[in-house]
Design a protein around this ligand. Sequence first.
Ligand code: ZN
Length: 199
Amino acid sequence: MISFAASVPVPRRRRRAPAVAVVLALVLLASGATAGLLWAGQIPGATAIPVFDAPPGADDGILVTSVSILDIDEPAISRLDPTLRDAVGQAADAAADDGIVMEITSGWRSARYQQLMLDEAITTYGSAAEASRWVASPETSAHVSGRAVDVGPLDAQFWMMEHGARWGLCQIYANERWHYELATTPGGMCPDQRMDAAG
Ligand SMILES: [Zn+2]
């Protein structure tokens, strides 16, 4: 009796398969081992990886999506300075009257969240000096002290440029049209913008 299996060159294929599997396993083992070493920071000369007891989340002020200034269930909103929150709330109401929906893309942030952002910016921009133009340190960030909000989308940013000072809300950095702080009296003049967070 001749079976179908015997009519095809199975033995030849079977001999090759283990060899391929062994090579694959070795490659996976090697890459896995390397990743493991990197994570543990055991490669000589590797910079230390910051240790978090838990991944940063909502309690650090991370917003998965933009929210309303009224969304006080979010620590990013509830831990803002109340005077700033009230001013932004009034501005958002007035913007709504003009048909603009103002959203908050970032508010209060924990120090470790800010540090994480700074670390990522250093990786992105390639140097601490360039990163500091975009992301402040935990010690200096107005987000960490609850005195800054980032607003969006674009039409709300333009609306705030035009009207924010009515509530004392000012754009602080020329390169961050989304970032607002209380920087003048309601109806006053905003101070000259700084070029960037490093300036
Ligand atoms: Zn900001």
